[in-house]
Design a protein around this ligand. Structure first.
Ligand SMILES: *Cc1c(COP(=O)(O)O)cnc(C)c1O
Length: 350
């Protein structure tokens, strides 16, 4: 059995992290007896009820294996093949899902908008909707927002309301990619309802994976009319887990005692510590304001290479900057070791 190299540590991704203890224990409890299949079990009912309680509304809840499927199937349920979905040019649905949303919707087109710090602006949405209205162009039907964004920023409740205003004017439904929704709630310190259905979000893909599960995303329809026949869509797409309790029980583990929020707060706090430690180090600069659990930073090439040689793993992307991502399992000591290595490298060069 391969062991991780003992001298390798990572800020590569929050999905490099393992399963948090609370989710693991819930999985163990779910394994004590047989239960009905295909989501007819008590765990799945309980997890869905807990999500309804968390959002304080009567929403429809489904569980799928991963984020690409959650986004693709949710977007497919919003429109027809001749529709289009407006998203930011850096959106995961555009850059990292291999055309999944287009495939699931049989061809709905993504229209790419812009805005600083990974956030769509109302003007950009307005422009995309109004630049064409003829029969030859796919009709805009949905607005997809990533909360928190791909570059570690968040939409404030006011920003969401402004986007909702444009969306309502143009009859766009709002999809939210919540791969790091928990981190956004923690950062904004708001009730989850404030940045979802109260801000006009129709469907949310709420990630458990990046928050501390092995796998499993909740697709939450606040606009329940859009959920019509969604379970058939999931089944056809190979996203209906027969032993669904092994997705939903760990979700209960996350939701009990607000573990999801504690995990997100911890990840955000680690990133904040990293950000503070990196501030003021010569040659190191932040690319985006850090608001959640990722620090996007420009590091000199030789420093990147030296850090990697010391065993640190992290990705470079989005314009070539380094992304340092924290999770529930990141420790302060690990952050401090990384900062120590960075400072050591700077000192050596002087
Ligand atoms: C990780 C991530 C997803 C989901 O990715 P999967 O690998 O399909 O689970 C979706 N959106 C964003 C912004 C992500 O970072």
């Amino acid at each position: 059995m391969p062991d991780a190299a003992p001298d390798s540590e990572q800020f590569a991704s929050d999905n490099y992290s393992g399963i948090c203890p609370q989710a693991w224990q819930a999985m163990e409890r779910a394994n004590r007896m047989d239960e009905p299949a295909y989501g007819e079990d008590a765990w799945t009912a309980r997890a869905a009820d807990q999500l309804r309680a968390l959002f304080d509304t009567d929403c429809d809840v489904y569980f799928v294996f991963n984020g690409t499927a959650a986004n693709s199937l949710a977007l497919a349920s919003i429109g027809q093949s001749f529709h289009s979905v407006i998203c930011h040019e850096l959106a995961h649905i555009e850059t990292d899902e291999c055309g999944g949303p287009e495939y699931a919707s049989n061809g709905a087109k993504l229209l790419l908008g812009t805005g600083d710090n990974g956030k769509l602006t109302p003007d950009s949405v307005e422009h995309l909707v109004t630049k064409r209205s003829d029969i030859h162009y796919p009709k805009p039907k949905a607005l997809s927002l990533t909360q928190a964004t791909e570059v570690g920023t968040v939409y404030s409740p006011d920003e969401l309301r402004a986007l909702r205003e444009v969306a309502t004017r143009h009859r766009l439904n709002i999809h939210m990619d919540g791969a790091r929704f928990a981190n956004a709630v923690a950062a904004l310190d708001v009730h989850p309802a404030e940045i979802t259905w109260k801000a006009g979000v129709d469907v949310l893909c709420f990630s458990g994976t990046k928050n501390g599960l092995a796998l499993g995303e909740a697709v939450i329809f606040f606009n329940r009319a859009l959920a019509e026949d969604f379970e058939w869509r999931c089944k056809q797409a190979g996203q209906l887990a027969s032993k669904m309790r092994y997705i939903s029980a760990p979700w209960c583990g996350l939701l009990d005692n607000d573990t999801w929020l504690a995990n997100a707060r911890h990840a955000n706090a680690c990133a904040e510590r990293l950000e503070r430690g990196l501030a003021g180090i010569p040659g190191v600069s932040l690319r985006y304001p850090r608001q959640v659990n990722g620090v996007f930073v420009d590091l000199p090439e030789p420093m990147q290479a030296a850090l990697r040689a010391k065993g640190w793993r992290f990705y470079n992307f989005i314009g070539g900057c380094s992304r340092l991502m924290c999770s529930w399992s990141t420790t302060e000591a690990q952050v401090d070791r990384f900062l120590g290595d960075v400072r050591g490298l700077v000192a050596q060069r002087q």
